[in-house]
Design a protein around this ligand. Structure first.
Ligand code: NAD
Ligand code: ZN
Ligand code: ZN
Length: 344
């Protein structure tokens, strides 16, 4: 076996990724090596490459946290997976397993958590190292390219909807109908919710309608908050904000019904103001949500394996990564681009 692999590497923040031939990593004790078949491109990868967030990844690094592939080598002592299994290497790359958060299945907020494609090299490479205790187990029958968006965009929105504390028949507002949001609409419909989709792009809204949204509102219209309140007769019982735009956050809180929950998922850098009196007097809950735990992952994948949720994907080779980033930045990706490693 040739011991080099191709990887798309961030060497400086805000600069194009560089294609490098790197040594194929060797799994140490307790780790595994995965040959990547597909990896989705999440807006988070763009934030990572730009160094958008307070805690920046150490340079150089390989982004990508929707990598799906086959286990090809096991480090010493690994029993959790076997060679030949198809797994995914998600954002939640590993955690300590025994802190107060891990013990409550909130490993996503473990202080020792590592993040795929951020604090650990990710799936924009032909091989990735992974922690077998934290990989996603890809159900048989789900193709790697279709599974890829589920392990970040899918689990994040599935969990986010659960965190909105809504019941079948109630309204959920999905703000941002891109990679995350187009799956959120489908999870919400599969859960029996009524969906009001909000975006700034009429093509994304038309797609949301095709996917089952009951109402759509363009956030660039004169008064999107009033339009959502009218469409939902009072606002969303739950609101899920996936838009990577601060303006959507202030609006999203205002689109929340009395006693409702507004779940913040999008991660544009910065802060946003909210109308304190309205939040207090309407008893609104505003809650952050960060990917999901391993059980959420298994559930999110099961919806996809059963055909209740299907990612809308566009395949591209790894060599196209910089053009894909450029388009994602400008909202020119219809839903999710997936890097197809059989294409290069
Ligand atoms: P994307 O670029 O695929 O989709 C974003 C969508 O938001 C687009 O359809 C765009 O038109 C729409 N949009 C932009 N401005 C808007 C506005 N003002 N109002 C309504 N819609 C607007 O991005 P994505 O991959 O879906 O990621 C979205 C965000 O979620 C990113 O900030 C990403 O980092 C974050 N994210 C968070 C988590 C988490 O665990 N919390 C997980 C994954 C991604
Ligand atoms: Zn992601
Ligand atoms: Zn922990």
């Amino acid at each position: 076996m040739n011991n080099k692999m191709l990887a798309a590497v961030v060497e400086a923040f805000g600069q194009p990724l560089v294609m490098r031939h790197l040594d194929i990593p060797v799994p140490g004790p307790g780790m595994i090596l995965i040959k990547v078949e597909a990896c989705g491109v999440c807006h988070t990868d763009l934030h990572a490459a730009k160094g958008d967030w307070p805690l920046k990844p150490a340079l150089p690094f390989t982004p990508g946290h929707e990598g799906i592939g086959i286990v090809v080598a096991l480090g010493e002592g690994v029993t959790a997976v076997q060679k030949g299994e198809r797994v995914g290497v998600p954002w939640l790359y590993s955690a300590c397993g025994h802190c107060e958060y891990c013990l409550q299945a909130w490993e996503t907020v473990c202080a020792k958590a590592e993040f795929g494609g951020y604090t650990r090299n990710g799936g924009f490479a032909e091989y990735i190292l992974a922690d077998p205790e934290y990989v996603a187990h890809i159900p048989a029958g789900l193709a790697p390219c279709e599974a890829a968006p589920i392990i970040c965009a899918g689990v994040t929105t599935y969990k986010g909807i659960k965190e909105a504390d809504v019941r079948p028949g109630q309204w959920i507002v999905i703000s941002g109908v891109g990679g995350l949001g187009h799956l959120a609409v489908q999870y919400a419909k599969a859960m029996g919710l009524r969906v009001c989709a909000v975006d700034i792009d009429d093509r994304k809204l038309a797609h949301a309608t095709q996917l089952g949204a009951d109402a759509v509102v363009n956030a660039k219209s004169a008064d999107p908050v009033a339009a959502v309140i009218a469409a939902t007769q009072g606002g969303g019982h739950g609101v899920l904000i996936t838009a990577p735009s601060l303006g959507a956050f202030k609006q999203g809180v205002a689109m929340t019904r009395k006693l409702g929950t507004c779940v913040l998922v999008g991660l544009p850098p910065g802060e946003f103001p909210m109308a304190l009196f309205d939040v207090v007097a309407n008893c609104i809950t505003v809650r952050g949500s960060f990917v999901g735990n391993r059980q959420d992952m298994a559930e999110a994948l099961a919806f996809a394996a059963e055909g209740k949720v299907k990612a809308d994907i566009e395949l591209q080779p790894l060599s196209a990564i910089n053009q894909v980033f450029e388009r994602l930045e400008h909202g020119d990706v219809p839903s999710r681009v997936v890097i197809d490693f059989s294409a290069d």
